[in-house]
Design a binder for this molecule. Structure first.
Ligand code: ADP
Length: 328
């Protein structure tokens, strides 16, 4: 069946941003369709916040332009109607109920008429699955629920784009999962969702595409599967967990396999292109009987966490050739 030509929710055309003579974002080109969740990731200083501030019109562009639903945004143009922003800080009134908070936001958004406001607030509470908490004081809600109120506030005026800035920072795992499910249901309702996040495994699992920034440059804009395949194709990550921190002879035996220590003294990992069986048997043989301190060996496909470690170390993706130095 022929489909109508899709109008992109957001396009960034060669967007650059300078702070005085420091270039924080360089020639960003992305197209985001309604229904997509885009993960915006990168080390600190990558340009993620600059991208969002530029899109929201909080700072001017030095070059290029954005379009939202095919309409070109002008410097200084108010984009409140087009974009819903959920900031990191929860700006809610603790002594007011969930419904009262949203009513205040609806008034601030210029949503006129008592009846309309009531309906819009009800719809937003419904969308974020908090109807049963509408009369609860915000101070009595959990961190995850407060985030959902913030999401409700950002979607009440039906924007084309929803920006979630670290929505899951500091919330527990069930609340995190429920916020990610909420992001997906909002995308499915036809909005484009930009998710700025440090939750890399989650980003890999839930985002349709990832925008990887470093030093203001775009390192990748593609599906998580394509990015991982391009960078790690046949590589596997081998993780060894020891029952106690390895002694000097064990560390010596690990050397030829390029193991490096992980988050704890007992966890070590490396990348290999060899078959799993031959790698593990060669490694165990090298321990020469000292292998009773090995508690667990796991072999897995390298994930986004591994990729970002590489970006943090080198400023580029594992399979990208090094480029000329920047920003100087
Ligand atoms: P991220 O959000 O990815 O951590 P930012 O967009 O905040 O990165 O910052 C990108 C770069 O721009 C960093 O090097 C940062 O120091 C610099 N920067 C951010 N804001 C300003 C500012 N107001 N003035 C000068 N430099 C800034």
């Amino acid at each position: 069946m022929p489909t109508a030509a899709k109008v992109a929710a957001l396009q960034s055309h060669n967007v650059s941003v300078d702070y005085k003579n420091f270039r924080a974002l360089e020639g960003l080109n992305v197209t985001v369709n309604p229904g997509e969740i885009i993960g915006v990731i990168g080390p600190n200083g990558a340009g993620k916040t600059t991208f969002i501030k530029a899109l929201c019109g909080h700072i001017n562009l030095s070059g290029g332009h954005f379009t939202i639903a095919d309409k070109r945004l002008k410097n200084g143009q108010n984009r409140q109607q087009l974009i819903g922003l959920v900031p990191q800080d929860i700006g809610l009134y603790p002594h007011m109920t969930a419904r009262e908070n949203l009513t205040v936001f609806a008034q601030m958004m210029g949503i006129k008429g008592l009846k309309t406001r009531k309906e819009i607030v009800s719809a937003a509470l419904h969308d974020v699955d908090l109807m049963d908490k509408q009369d609860t004081l915000v101070s009595a809600l959990s961190g995850g629920m407060k985030r959902r109120i913030n999401v409700a506030a950002a979607i009440m005026h039906n924007p084309k784009i929803l920006i979630l800035d670290e929505p899951t920072a500091g919330v527990d795992i069930p609340a995190r999962d429920s916020l990610h499910r909420l992001a997906r249901s909002i995308a499915t309702s036809g909005k484009a969702v930009l998710l700025i996040t440090h939750e890399l495994e989650q980003a890999e699992a839930i985002c349709d595409k990832l925008l990887i920034l470093a030093g203001g440059q775009t390192l990748a804009f593609d599906t998580p599967a394509n990015i991982m395949a391009q960078n790690f194709s046949t590589s596997r990550e081998v993780v060894v967990r020891f029952s106690s921190p390895p002694d000097a002879p064990t560390i010596h035996a690990l050397k030829p396999f390029n193991f490096s220590q992980g988050d704890t003294a007992t966890e070590w990992s490396t990348l290999t292109n060899a078959s799993e069986v031959s790698f593990v048997s060669a490694f165990m043989a090298s321990l020469r009987g000292g292998n009773d301190i090995v508690r667990e060996i796991s072999v897995r496909r390298p994930g986004l966490t591994h990729l970002l470690h590489s970006v943090e170390r080198t400023g580029r993706l594992p399979k990208q050739p090094s480029s000329e130095s920047r920003n100087d």
